[in-house]
Design a protein around this ligand. Structure first.
Ligand code: UDX
Length: 425
């Protein structure tokens, strides 16, 4: 059992803290946000993650997991200090490391030669060296990037495909190996720089894969092909794989956009043009623009101001996170073209930068609209009753960007059904 401090209790830090506590370690979560800390201390989750509430309550009640917004009165005997701070994009695409470096100075007092500082944040190549220069002599640094997907981060914590550890001399600190001793997956021990680059490379490749799938969807429409059969058959090749090959309205979220921008900026700085990645980023922008263009064309015969009902505002189903969501981007383009926008998402209660009216139900969103655009494959959207659509919409037509609505049954209900990846009927 290790004594662990997790610095930063956001999406990654909270899941990491709860997961390590569940593995039997003694964990303290630290964050400057006193409101967040008081909620977590009373077992109230601050993010939507399936499985998190139960583990948070269980481990705070048993006392193995606690939270604090001040570490000054803690003894300096943590075996591991995990850094789980955000590294958001700056204007030029490079990662802003100020949250990380300021966190290091806040906990520096606790660091001794018995402590290993574990960088879990997604950080540019060379950051471990920077952190090493900020901690007292003798403190060990390890890089340990996470591969958690929002909406399934608890599952992903307990079922990693691999554990990556970057360490001086490629010798993983024993205390870190102990933290992961329950896992029976490959542990890749490498240099700090390699571990840092592995994280960006993995996300960049997933983004490239999705961009390619989205382009195939547009091509399927022009060749009268079936995108679902196409993706399925291509993905059955084990060298390709079906996962993250599913076309949609474009990729978004707090990771892919940030990480692809950072990798491109780093490559640019080092004089290594990454044209495949650049093309995937541009392709993703084009997907969202093409989607907005298609919606405009589907309502261009409406005499009054067309009303667009956007179903799914988060960047994907299963999360309440709207950061860099394709829905936000498409709504912005449509609003800029003078359309009126309404939006609904089962998990999103704050509209953020969504350029439309946030509705509290599907019906409220559909009412009076001229087109419904399905942007995430949320369970609730799979079971929409076409008769409701007929009753509520002015012109009953739907654009299904995730291909979850049964085209035939919707068309037979008298609703014009469009979906990405199939030839317009
Ligand atoms: C991603 C990585 O998957 C995860 O390993 C990393 O740690 C963080 O970034 P996340 O951003 O939570 O996780 O979302 P993910 O499920 O990967 O989806 C990212 C975007 O791609 C979403 O907008 C999603 O809708 C889109 N997507 C995903 C597709 O369009 N098609 C797919 O097949 C998969």
């Amino acid at each position: 059992m290790s004594k662990i401090l997790v610095v930063g209790c956001g999406y990654v830090g909270l899941t990491t803290a709860v997961g390590l506590a569940e593995l039997g370690h003694r964990v303290m979560g630290y964050d400057l946000d006193t409101n967040l800390i008081s909620r977590l201390s009373s077992g109230v989750p601050t993010i939507y993650e399936p499985g998190l509430p139960e583990l948070l309550v269980k481990n705070t009640q048993s006392g193995v997991l606690s939270f604090t917004s001040s570490v000054t009165n803690e003894g300096p005997d943590f075996d591991l200090v995990f850094l789980c701070l955000p590294t958001p994009s700056r204007e030029d695409g490079t990662a802003n490391l100020t949250y990380l470096t300021s966190a290091v100075s806040q906990v520096r007092i606790l660091l001794t030669e018995h402590t290993t500082v574990v960088i879990k944040s997604t950080v540019p190549v060379g950051t471990a060296k920077l952190i090493k220069s900020l901690v007292p002599e003798g403190v060990t640094i390890a890089s340990n990037p996470e591969f958690l997907r929002e909406g399934s981060s608890v599952y992903d914590f307990f079922h990693p495909n691999r554990i990556v550890i970057g360490a001086q001399g490629r010798v993983a600190p024993k205390s870190l190996l102990t933290a992961y001793e329950n896992f029976s997956v490959p542990i890749v021990v490498t240099s700090h720089e390699t571990a840092e680059l592995i994280k960006y490379s993995a996300n960049a490749f997933l983004a490239i894969k999705i961009s390619f799938a989205n382009e195939l969807a547009f091509l399927s429409e022009r060749t009268n092909s079936d995108i679902d059969d196409l993706i399925y058959a291509v993905g059955l090749d084990t060298r390709i794989g079906i996962n993250h090959l599913n076309p949609g309205p474009g990729w978004g979220g707090s990771c892919f956009p940030k990480d692809t921008r950072e990798l491109l900026a780093t490559a640019q700085k080092l004089g290594v043009p990454m044209q495949t990645l650049q093309a995937a980023v541009s392709s993703n922008e084009r997907t969202m623009e093409a989607l907005a263009g298609r919606i405009l064309s589907l309502v261009d015969s409406i005499e009054t101001t067309p009303v667009v009902a956007i179903l799914g505002l988060a960047f994907k189903a299963g999360t309440d996170d709207v950061r860099e969501s394709p829905s936000t981007k498409v709504a912005e383009l449509l609003s800029g073209a003078g359309l009126s926008i309404k939006g609904y998402d089962p998990l999103v209660v704050k509209s953020g930068s969504f350029a439309g009216v946030l509705c509290s139900s599907i019906d409220e969103c559909l009412a009076g609209s001229h087109i419904a655009v399905l942007m995430t494959d949320a369970e609730e959207f799979r079971v929409i009753d076409p008769t409701d659509v007929l009753r509520l919409m002015v012109t009953p037509q739907v654009l299904d960007t995730r291909r979850i609505l049964g085209a035939a049954s919707w068309a037979s209900s008298g609703i014009t059904h469009h979906s990405l990846g199939f030839q317009e009927v």
